[in-house]
Design a protein around this ligand. Structure first.
Ligand code: NAD
Ligand code: WQD
Length: 335
């Protein structure tokens, strides 16, 4: 089975490529490297001892995608390619609708023209907006509070409409909560370009001394310590969830699943656990809330457990330990 992995050089895509190759799949990466480094490819090959084909291209290039699908006789697509920075999406909304929504639209046209009818799509807990209840189940109302989240929600709606018209397709919508951590080898990990938006990579860069201190965006939320609570899921658990979803698509109906640990940790919980596992002090200062942030968000992962026989097995200590090993071994990322 040959899988086209769009955005496969990225954080989650690269970890998923490792698991796909280790499970015996052939992997073709299509990536324009707008937010990743070519060095990732050799790291994936080093970890797995297997080769993979890489096309430096854009998922919006329909002719290129069709050429890849045909040339490599791909049987399914894992679609990670996308822009994901919420703050940037507020400033540049058209870039996010073009890259994420139009990109997915073009990909579907290419797949349809090539008779490839299986896709696993990277959705996000951001489609739930402000939680109306917790833990969040898959039938929670959908909304979005920023252009990035709306691009994901619109893609989900397009996929639901498309599936209604083409019921033979197998589509998995996987809603990730907060991915973190890194492969145990320390060879691949999260390597944000510029200032990290997300908590874990920022903490890791404070630990290496690349950043002076962590700004904690608000400690006046209605949580046990006042700081924001999120559901952190180890990126390897997330990758394994993709493998299970793909295998499930081969045998059954389409899926829409939360991929989360089902546990909420606060910002200070993360800081303290990271300090304990790394032995590094993480200086921080309390700043005002970040616009658009919600207080608490964590998943009910029951449906994924029942549908995929999958659970997030790596705990917060493993997340912090693995994330720190990657950052310590690669203080400047892949550069
Ligand atoms: P990432 O930026 O590390 O990886 C995305 C990859 O896609 C990069 O290698 C980038 O170069 C590539 N890419 C972007 N636009 C492209 C295009 N038009 N054509 C070809 N390649 C393109 O991000 P990630 O954290 O690995 O996230 C992967 C997917 O999961 C994204 O769609 C993101 O929206 C989604 N997601 C991420 C998170 C998270 O917190 N990391 C949470 C929920 C959902
Ligand atoms: C986590 C907590 C912050 C940084 C985002 C996107 C979401 C998804 C996952 C793509 C919050 C606090 C953070 C910092 C801080 N991405 N924080 N100081 O906001 O839950 O979700 O990434 O789909 O769409 O919104 O993740 O890591 O940015 O923040 O205090 O420097 O850490 O306030 O409580 P978030 P995050």
């Amino acid at each position: 089975m040959t899988i086209l992995v769009t955005g496969g050089a990225g954080y989650i895509g690269s970890h998923t490529c490792v698991e796909l190759l280790s499970a015996g799949f052939e992997v073709i990466i299509l990536d324009n490297f707008v937010n990743s480094h070519p060095e990732v490819i050799s790291r994936i090959e080093k970890i797995t001892g297997k080769g993979l084909a890489v096309i430096n291209g854009d998922v919006r290039d329909q002719a290129l995608v069709e050429e890849c699908l045909k040339k490599y006789s791909c049987t399914a697509v894992m679609h990670f390619a996308g822009l994901k920075a919420v703050g940037d999406s507020v400033k540049n909304p058209l870039a996010y609708y073009d890259n994420n929504f139009v990109g997915t639209h073009r990909l579907l046209l290419a797949m349809q023209n090539c008779g490839v009818e299986k896709i696993v799509f990277s959705s996000s807990a951001t489609v739930y907006g402000e939680p109306q209840y917790l833990p969040i189940t898959e039938d929670h109302p959908l909304t979005a509070t920023n252009p990035y989240g709306r691009s994901k929600l619109f893609i989900e709606e397009m996929l639901r409409d498309f599936h209604h018209a083409n019921p033979s397709w197998k589509i998995a919508l996987l809603r990730y909560f907060n991915p973190a951590g890194a492969h145990e080898s320390g060879l691949i990990g999260e390597d944000p370009m510029g200032l990290p938006n997300n908590l874990m990579p920022y903490i890791a860069q404070v630990a290496t001394g690349r950043r002076e201190y962590l700004s904690i965006w608000g400690n006046d939320y209605a949580t046990h310590d006042g700081t924001g609570v999120r559901d952190y899921i180890h990126v390897v658990d997330l990758a394994l969830g993709h493998l299970k979803a793909l295998q499930q698509l081969n045998s059954s109906k389409s899926l829409c699943l939360n991929l989360g640990a089902g546990i909420g940790y606060s910002v200070l919980d993360i800081v303290h656990t990271f300090e304990k596992t790394s032995g590094k002090k993480i200086p921080y200062q309390i700043d005002k809330r970040r616009f658009g942030d919600i207080a608490v968000c964590y998943a009910d992962p029951t449906l994924a457990r029942e549908s995929l026989d999958w659970v997030a097995r790596r705990d917060l200590v493993a997340i912090c330990k693995d994330h720190w090993r990657w950052q310590k071994q690669n203080p400047e990322g892949y550069a």
